[in-house]
Write a protein that binds this ligand. Structure first.
Ligand code: GDP
Ligand code: ZN
Length: 462
């Protein structure tokens, strides 16, 4: 195995006051560095067998100061997650201790790992393919069961298989074109070849289009819907939130492996993670309209994927309600006519000026009614007509989406090239480019491979 990597390190446990913390090292010097800091009589970590755990202390070799009592796991390449030497230091002293151990490791020759770098190495060292590496990231970050399913499917290689099938169509076509050019059997070979190319390009376009179609939902499942709960004071915003939370739907997540210092609040609605935005600025304020005037809140509001606007239907519409209705008019918005257990003063009809009736829901946080409908409406809004497709492979990764778009452009070039009567070998270049771009999703693309595969296709076909 060729290994040109330096040794990386990071804290592997979530931030916060956990009982234990784990600092992980990976790379050629992982064991040597750990041994420099480790102290347990005369034991030398360099001599211990692989996949064993050792009790001892971590000591700063420069100051001789003992930092914490630890358990150190030694795992030698290649049977590790990264296929490199891996050391995990389990300490139990909370955040401060974990950080001090990390600092000491950094002072002794390791480098801070970039987000996802352990997984990246697993890929680079051939343990998993690229989309699977990305699935690992998604799994770490998954906020709901449904998001977890999407990632698991990807880890299974579902997406890889879809992409490989599409690429195979391109490859077969290119091989056939090659044959036609090299061994023209008919007079109208140009025409036949062009026709084939166009047909196949359109077929591939269809497949890529379908994958892109799932991208928006995939992104929502993965990253959550940025949701703002707004309404004037006392309409029931906190009650709504509490209802959602009480039904075991609140999830507090940190994005492990990325920004270790952010903790975000998620609520799981029917498998759709709602990420509650700017909770302090918008949700809890006495003067909501004035607050939205504050730029930070306005920005958060405007960037939200979903607005839940509460109105107290037991009172006539206030000027503030109308302002909020107006302000959020063009956004994805669901209006909750709350407090339906009290005598109504506002009707759905009255809101016709601002909203179509299907986006108005009558609720009572007191009697717990209307929440099912709210969930249904959210699914409808973002997964229109596709709620049943639990089996679908969702594209959820920004890099994949970008590559699919680029592939789509290359395919469009093929079509326009054909329509402009460009020579077939020029058109082929764009088709090959689409093949390469798709291969970048799985990390398969290597120019040599194209040649080898083309050749094998060629032999097989003729
Ligand atoms: P917020 O200021 O918008 O967060 O409103 P709260 O959720 O704090 O609710 C304000 C008051 O209205 C509280 O006393 C709630 O119990 C009450 N409330 C909330 N929802 C309902 C409802 O559907 N019906 C009735 N009758 N009272 C409600
Ligand atoms: Zn409140």
């Amino acid at each position: 195995m060729i290994n040109e990597f330096d040794t990386i390190t990071a804290i592997s446990t979530p931030p916060g006051e956990g009982a234990i913390g784990i600092v992980r090292l990976s790379g050629d010097d992982a064991i040597t560095i750990a041994d420099t800091l480790y102290q347990a009589g005369s034991k030398n970590l360099k001599d211990v067998p692989s996949h064993t755990i050792h009790y001892g202390h971590i000591r700063n070799p420069k100051t001789d100061e003992i930092i914490d009592e630890v358990m150190v796991t030694i795992m030698r390449a290649p049977k590790t997650f990264t296929k490199e030497d891996v050391v995990e230091i389990n300490c139990h002293g909370g955040v401060v201790s974990v950080n001090r151990i990390l600092q000491t490791i950094l002072q002794n020759g390791a480098r801070m790992a970039e987000p996802g770098e352990f997984t990246k190495r697993a890929f680079l060292n051939g343990r998993i393919d690229l989309s699977q590496a990305e699935a690992v990231m998604d799994l770490i970050r998954a906020k709901t069961d449904r998001a977890m399913d999407v990632a698991l499917r990807q880890l299974d290689g579902d997406l890889s298989n879809l992409i490989r099938n599409i690429r195979q169509i391109i490859l077969n076509t290119l091989a056939e074109v090659e044959v036609n050019i090299d061994y023209p059997e008919y007079d109208d070979v140009e025409e036949v070849t062009t026709k084939l190319l166009k047909e196949k390009t359109m077929e591939v376009q269809g497949h890529v289009e379908q994958l892109l179609h799932t991208a928006k939902q995939g992104k929502i499942l993965r990253e959550g819907l940025e949701t703002a709960i707004i309404g004037r004071p006392n309409v029931g915003k906190s009650s709504l939130l509490n209802r959602l939370i009480r039904e075991e739907k609140a999830i507090v997540t940190d994005i492990a492996g990325t920004t270790r210092d952010t903790i975000e609040e998620y609520v799981n609605v029917n498998g759709v993670p709602l990420k509650l935005v700017d909770t302090a600025g918008i949700r809890e304020t006495d003067d909501i309209v004035e607050q939205i005037g504050v730029e930070r809140s306005r920005k958060a509001l405007m960037e939200a994927d979903l607005i839940l606007l509460l109105i107290n239907q037991s009172e006539t519409l206030a000027e503030e309600d109308k302002e909020l209705l107006h302000l959020t008019q063009d956004m994805n918005r669901i209006i909750l006519l709350n407090k339906s257990d009290l005598a109504p003063q506002v009707s759905v009809d009255e809101l016709a000026e601002w909203s179509s009736p299907e986006n108005v829901i009558t609720t009572s946080m007191l009697e717990q009614t209307g929440l099912d409908q709210l969930e249904k409406q959210i699914s409808e809004m973002f997964f229109a007509g596709e709620t049943g497709e639990q089996d679908a492979t969702y594209i959820s990764n920004v890099r994949h989406i970008a590559l699919l778009h680029e592939a789509q452009e290359a395919l469009a070039e093929v079509i326009s090239g054909i329509e402009m009567d460009m020579p077939v070998d020029l058109v082929q270049i764009d088709f090959t480019r689409a093949w390469e771009l798709l291969g970048e999703i799985t990390g398969d693309t290597v120019q040599d491979e194209l040649l080898t595969q083309l050749f094998s296709q060629f032999c097989l076909g003729k």
